[in-house]
Design a protein around this ligand. Structure first.
Ligand SMILES: [Zn+2]
Length: 406
C-alpha cells in the first residue's frame, strides 16, 4: 500500500511502547499505538495500524479538518470502497473528515466503535454524501478523551474468523483442517462436521468472505452455522443425515488489508472457480477432490456474500438440479416464516453462464443446487441473525425431506 507520509507530522505523534495494536477483545480497551499515525491535525491523529484498516492517503486541510483518499487495490474493480481508520483525539472538539473516493462511490455508512466490538452507526446529521456523484462523503466526528475506530463495516478480522472456527472445532464431531495457505501465508481453514464418521453421508458445503468488505455475509454465515450446530431436534436429525464442510474465510489477506474486492494476487476470487489460479481457490478445489473421485457425495452448496440488499442468486426453475426445486422451495418456506419488516429478500434465478463464479462451477460439476447468498450491507444486524436462523432451519427441513425421498 502506498502511503504519502509526507503529509503527516511523524515526530509529534505520541508513540507508546505497547506490545500490540490489534483489538484487545478481552479488555475492550484500545491499546496504545505502536507506530506513527497516517496524519494529524491540531486536535486528532489518524492511523491505519489495525487489521482491516485501509486509507490510501491523507491531506490536512485545516487545524480541525482533513481529507482521506480511498483508493482500490486494483482496477477495474467493483464499486465497494472499503475504508477503516483509527482516531486518537488530542483535545476534545470536532474533527471534520472528507472521504474522497477514487474509482468508486460512497457505499458503506460509517460505523464507530471505541472497543472494536460494539458499533454505532454515525448519526445521519454527521454525514453528508455528495448527491451528484457520490465521490465524497463529509463526516463530522466528535472528539472526546478516548480513541475510536471508524470503519466501513464492523471490524471482522481474519483472526476473529479463525478463533470462531477453532472454537467450533472443540466439538467432538468437528475437525478443523488447513486446506492451504493464502498468498501471504495465512492458513485457509475448513471445518468438517460428521457426527458418525463410520456412516456414509452426503455433504452440505458453504464458503464465505471471498470479498473482504462483505461483513454482513460473514455475520449471516456464523448465525446460520451455529443454528445448524445447535442442540435442536431438527439439527440432530439433519446431522444424522448430512455431513458439513465449511470454509468461513476464503480471502484472509484481503480482509486484513482492507481490500475492496480482490485477493493479494489481484484477482476477484469469485471469478476464479474454474481457472483456479489462486492459492485460495486452489485450496477449496483440493477440498472438493473427494467429490470428484466419487468417494463422497455433495448435496448442496452455498456461498455467502453481501450486496446492497438481501437476495439469493439461484438456478432457474428450468435448470434441473438436485434436490429438485430446492431454491424455490427454500425461498418460499422462509418467506412464509420471515416478516418482510424484519428480513425481506428476493430470489433471483440466473441461468448458468460462462462466468467463473462458485455458483456456476458447483452447479455445472455436481448438478446440485448452488446458491450465491447475498446479505444486504445495511441489513439490521439483529435481522441478519434472525434471518440466518430461519434460513438454516428451513434448509435443514427441505434437505431432510429430499434425502428421505431419494
Ligand atoms: Zn461478494
Amino acid at each position: 500500500m502506498r502511503l504519502n507520509k509526507s503529509v503527516s507530522i511523524l515526530g509529534a505523534f505520541a508513540l507508546a511502547a505497547c506490545a500490540t495494536s490489534s483489538i484487545q477483545e478481552n479488555t475492550g480497551l484500545l491499546p496504545a499505538l505502536r507506530a506513527a499515525g497516517l496524519c494529524e491535525t491540531d486536535n486528532a491523529a489518524i492511523s491505519i495500524e489495525h487489521a482491516t484498516a485501509n486509507v490510501s492517503d491523507c491531506r490536512v486541510v485545516s487545524d480541525t479538518s482533513l481529507e482521506l483518499m480511498i483508493r482500490p487495490e486494483n482496477t477495474p474493480i467493483n464499486d465497494s470502497p472499503w475504508y477503516g481508520f483509527r482516531v486518537d483525539p488530542k483535545i476534545p472538539g470536532i474533527l471534520d473528515i472528507t472521504l474522497s473516493y477514487e474509482g468508486g462511490t460512497h457505499r458503506y455508512h460509517p460505523k464507530v466503535s471505541y472497543d472494536g466490538r460494539s458499533w454505532d452507526w454515525l448519526a445521519q446529521t454527521q454525514i453528508d454524501v455528495d448527491e451528484d456523484n457520490g465521490q465524497t462523503a463529509s463526516i463530522r466526528l466528535n472528539l472526546g478523551q478516548r480513541p475510536f475506530f471508524v470503519s466501513a463495516q464492523e471490524i471482522f478480522t481474519s483472526e476473529k474468523h479463525d478463533r470462531w472456527a477453532r472454537k467450533l472445532a472443540e466439538r467432538s464431531d468437528t475437525t478443523l483442517s488447513e486446506i492451504g495457505r493464502s498468498h501471504d501465508g495465512h492458513p485457509l481453514l475448513m471445518l468438517e462436521v460428521e457426527t458418525e464418521p463410520d456412516t456414509e453421508k452426503p455433504y452440505v458445503m458453504w464458503v464465505g468472505r471471498q470479498h473482504p468488505p462483505e461483513v454482513t455475509g460473514a455475520l449471516f454465515l456464523i448465525s446460520f452455522t451455529e443454528t445448524i450446530l445447535g442442540d435442536s431436534g431438527l439439527s440432530q436429525k439433519f446431522l444424522n443425515r448430512f455431513n458439513l464442510l465449511i470454509v468461513p474465510n476464503m480471502n484472509p489477506d484481503g480482509v486484513t488489508a482492507g481490500f475492496w474486492r480482490h485477493n493479494k494476487g489481484g484477482i476477484d476470487l469469485n471469478r476464479d472457480w474454474g481457472p483456479f489460479t489462486q492459492p485460495e481457490t486452489q485450496a477449496v478445489r483440493s477440498a472438493l477432490e473427494r467429490f470428484e473421485t466419487g468417494e463422497d457425495r455433495i448435496a448442496l452448496f452455498l456461498d455467502f456474500h453481501s450486496t446492497k440488499r438481501n437476495l439469493l442468486y439461484t438456478q432457474t426453475d428450468e435448470e434441473p438440479a438436485s434436490p429438485p426445486m430446492f431454491a424455490r422451495d427454500w425461498a418460499e418456506a422462509v418467506d412464509e416464516r420471515l416478516d418482510d419488516e424484519v428480513y425481506s429478500f428476493t430470489r433471483e434465478p440466473r441461468p448458468m453462464s460462462a462466468r467463473a463464479i462458485s455458483k456456476n462451477y458447483m452447479y455445472k460439476n455436481y448438478g446440485i443446487a448452488a446458491i450465491t447468498f447475498e446479505v444486504g450491507d445495511a441489513t439490521d444486524r439483529d435481522a441478519v441473525r434472525e434471518g440466518a436462523i430461519v434460513f438454516a432451519e428451513e434448509m435443514m427441513k427441505i434437505m431432510i425431506r429430499a434425502e428421505e425421498s431419494r
